[in-house]
Design a protein around this ligand. Sequence first.
Ligand code: ADP
Ligand code: MG
Length: 484
Amino acid sequence: MTYIIEGATGPWEIVVGLEVHCQVISKSKLFSGASTTFGNDANSNVSLVDAAMPGMLPVINAECVRQAVKTGLGLKAKINLESVFSRKNYFYADLPQGYQISQFDKPIVGEGTIILDMPDGSTKAVGIERLHLEQDAGKSMHDQDPKYSHIDLNRSGVALMEIVSKPDIRTPEEAGAYLTKLRAIVRYLGTCDGNMNEGSMRCDANVSVRRPGAEFGTRCEIKNVNSIRFVMQAIEIEAKRQVELIEGGGEVVQQTRLYDPRAGETRAMRSKEMAHDYRYFPDPDLLPLVFDQAFVSEIEKTLPELPDEKKARFMRENGLSAYDAGVLVADQEKSEYYEVVAKGRDGKLAANWVITNLFGALNKAGVDVAESPVSAENLGKLLDLILNDTISGRIAKDVFEIMIETGDDPDKIVAEKGLTQITDTGAIETAIDEVIAANPDKVQEIRDGKDRMLGWFVGQVMKSTGGKANPGMVNQMLRDKILG
Ligand code: ADP
Ligand code: MG
């Protein structure tokens, strides 16, 4: 897929690489035993290590290492059996150590791949450069006191995985698909909850523009964008800014910028610092992180079926299109819901009902599949009622609406409202005879060759039976009676 910005002097292509910080799911922090629970009182989850008291020593949390390896395996990436923690030195009020413990030239995970599922059903592979473990900083709060800023160190020392993509992304849509897929993978793995609005997944977007096929241009990094939609908007706006700048005779300066969604613009924060500004060096308090292949293999055994594999299985076993399978696996809960509905039933019919009817209704109501008023078991029962001819597809839609409102069992709704399909030939015949008797002129029209009128008769019979007559039988019997 190509996305070209038509500038005054010709076409431009966007080049994007994303750096995503994912908060690791673990009970305690990367180098201390303090809790990672979100929402506790300020400064209640702080050990002496997190507060950087002199002489305190960091101790690596094995669970965080396992989570990083698991994520690396989920990204089909190279796991480095030896990696090194380095100090990244900078001053900030919410960083009492004066440095962040991160990984620099020897990260725990090397190159990998993420497959993007594009809205048109196509796919594209984007390279992963690396994944490294590092500590989060604390939080400065400027709105608690008129004169002072306050610091909350609860987040200080919490483990983050920084996942860096190669500059393989070419459009805002691809950036959106990348983040959607990465979020799905870490959620399936249980290594990060992926909630961007709570800050447990944060994205920096590196954006440059070039003439198609030319060398990469100078990039700007847009920091800490907190929703997928905003990342897509920020890329588009930043790329247009760069094109206008270059075409106006200016030059892009490597910069750190922020995106202001309300103003619809990106603004310079600071000139981009270089790696050497941080004076990285291996942390003398920590040994290199070394584990063996057996440790990796043990983790490999715990991997769940991931979105790509699930998508391939849905296409292979249930005959779904790439698009439908992609929609269903995008979210683990959605895929699990679908599997319950499809089990032992027509997989395509199940996908249709889940995607069109259920997701449609849930979207309208603004609720997640986890809070769906219609359980997967009940939607499955509704499909059974269609498949065994108890109700028609038409009536099923009405029953479904009642299910969405009440959460009731479809068997109960059909019984209480007397919606069972009429498959009794006698009853259908009576209804047909009445309509025929009342419309002799139209009967004649059909006999004269106006076949289309037959549909009108089917409609009349369906109406007179409250939609309950079996449409296939009505059609056949009408044909026999009028033309036979
Ligand atoms: P840094 O650590 O200074 O941020 P990295 O080399 O780690 O630099 O790259 C950061 C991100 O920038 C990566 O995701 C990479 O894909 C992306 N990137 C590198 N060059 C470009 C470019 N010219 N245009 C857009 N993105 C780029
Ligand atoms: Mg960076």
